[in-house]
Design a protein around this ligand. Structure first.
Ligand code: NDP
Length: 477
């Protein structure tokens, strides 16, 4: 079946299409998806611009009802959509269903937020004047998403954009258009007026670039690589538009001598390898103090032997395939780089053969790594982690912060003193104590600092900062 783009309320095929391929079985074609042209993107932007005046003044009950209906349908279809997600991205079925539920919860949360939009009334410093501060939608929002969370990231950008009265042009990652098409279809059937949400699947260099180049896009929210993020930033400065970037990470997970070994190993394995290590919050630097180092490495090796790497849809699979050949090449290149740099490949790293042709890689653990090595500084985005040995907590903290990134940071310790100090001093947007660096709630802020993020936070009530603009009104009384 051909899945079309949605422009101004019309489903449009266009002249080109791409096949959505299952990374667990490359013979399995999930479907055909239209590829928009730059002209299609321009038409979508024009439609969103035309729809803005009416939608920005639409009643909050209408927005609430549409978002609520969308949440209900996503949750009711969680098994089917979760399966589609796992089939197109390669994370396990449990992870795929979990992410789908999260998308439903996000729509539900913002359905509620539509009813709670508030301003402030503040006394003026001048007599007989009233001051009111209100929030208004920004305008046409461009949404550009990556492949690693095919339903949750589109949800956490589309839901607040619509909730606060913006209109949207949405470009999902070309590698995983399936879930994006499904949620747009659900939103339209939930009653969105034409032009309010436009879907333009296709190449970033064509469709995404047309969005960056348009003076009619008032805000762009982007998640993806650092390189593309910079392009978004430069183009947005040029057009004096609002922009928000969530980019890479090189998240540290610190293990102190006093850690509970089981807690530390579970959190480290989850952080480094679950979702095939393809999470921006994944940890690929495990920083371990010397008193527990050898026991920790031994226990990690044992735990990794028990991991089942196989077809994402198979019962019992812990880790699915890498998303595609190009990401697999990047992972194996970094494994070779790690060896050349003198780190010791203690476990894994081999390509695996399974019943079906897919991009299977045994998760790899390096030991004897230093923080200066490229494998410790650059985002790999695969199931490849390295252990860095340090003397004590102070050195662990300093190594943890010695990175250009700052998304998430974790520590395993039973010391309240060290946990408290780490939470305050980790240079990251999110800090986890005795928990994996990845795995976050849907109703609280998400984002980082340093090279990982730019702009205000996503998710929870903090999303209003990006998707609204503040107006200060003065009235003589
Ligand atoms: P990209 O930054 O290339 O892709 C993210 C999105 O941007 C995609 O929708 C992509 O389109 C789009 N895009 C690409 N070029 C442009 C452009 N010129 N103008 C506007 N939009 C554009 O990342 P990749 O998906 O290629 O992944 C590469 C690396 O990025 C990964 O290996 C990983 O290191 C990192 N990454 C980080 C993520 C994070 O959450 N922090 C998420 C995903 C990746 P298209 O569909 O054509 O690619």
């Amino acid at each position: 079946m051909m899945h079309s783009n949605l422009i101004d309320g019309e489903w449009i095929d266009g002249n080109d299409m791409v096949r959505n391929i299952n990374p667990s079985d490359t013979n399995d074609v999930i479907g055909e998806y239209a590829r928009a042209s730059a002209e299609d993107a321009k038409a979508a932007i024009a439609a969103a611009k035309a729809a803005f005046p009416a939608w920005s003044r639409s009643g909050i009950l209408e927005r609430h009802a549409i978002l609520r209906k969308t949440a209900d349908e996503i949750l009711a279809r969680k098994d089917e959509l979760g399966r589609l997600l796992s089939r197109e991205e390669g994370k396990t079925l449990a992870e795929g269903i979990g992410e789908t539920v999260r998308a439903g919860q996000i729509f539900d949360f913002f359905a509620g937020e539509a009813l709670r939009l508030a301003g402030e009334v503040i006394p003026s410093v001048r007599p007989n004047i009233g001051v009111e501060i209100t929030r208004e939608p920004v305008g046409v929002v461009g949404i550009i998403t990556p492949w690693n969370f095919p339903i949750a990231i589109p949800a956490w950008k589309i839901a607040p954009a619509l909730c606060y009265g913006n209109t949207v042009v949405f470009k999902p990652a070309e590698l995983v258009p399936g879930c994006s098409w499904a949620i747009v279809d659900i939103l339209v059937r939930a009653g969105l007026p034409k032009g309010v949400l436009n879907l333009v699947m296709g190449k970033g260099s064509v469709v995404g670039q047309a969005m960056l180049d348009s003076p009619d896009v008032q805000a762009i929210t982007f998640t993806g690589s650092t390189g593309t993020g910079k392009r978004v930033a430069l183009a947005s400065v040029e057009h004096n538009r609002k922009y928000q970037l969530e980019m890479g990470g090189k998240n540290p997970f610190v293990v102190l001598d006093d850690a509970d070994l089981t807690v530390a190993v579970e959190a480290a394995v989850n952080s480094a390898f679950f979702s095939t290590g393809q999470r921006c919050t994944a940890s690929s630097r495990v920083i371990v103090t010397e008193g527990i180092h050898d026991r920790f490495v031994q226990a990690m090796g044992e735990r990794m032997k028990g991991l089942v790497i196989d077809d994402a849809l198979k019962a019992g699979t812990h880790i699915g395939p890498v998303v595609d050949q190009s990401q697999l090449n990047q992972d194996t290149d970094y494994i070779a780089i790690g060896k050349q740099e003198g780190a010791k490949l203690a476990f894994g790293g081999e390509l695996l053969k399974r019943d079906t042709p897919g991009f299977y890689l045994q998760p790899a653990l390096f030991t004897e790594a230093t923080n200066q090595m490229r494998i410790s500084q650059e985002e790999i985005f695969g199931p490849v982690a390295s252990v860095i040995r340090v003397k004590d907590y102070d050195e662990a903290l300093s190594v943890a912060n010695d990175t250009p990134f700052g998304l998430s940071s974790g520590i395993a310790t039973t010391s309240l003193k060290h946990a408290t100090h780490f939470k305050r001093n980790a240079e990251a947007g999110m800090v986890m104590v005795n928990l994996p660096t990845a795995g976050v709630d849907f109703h609280v802020p998400f984002g980082g600092r340093k090279g990982s993020s730019h702009g205000s936070r996503e998710q929870g009530r903090y999303a209003a900062e990006f998707y609204t603009t503040v107006k200060t009104g003065y009235t003589s009384t």
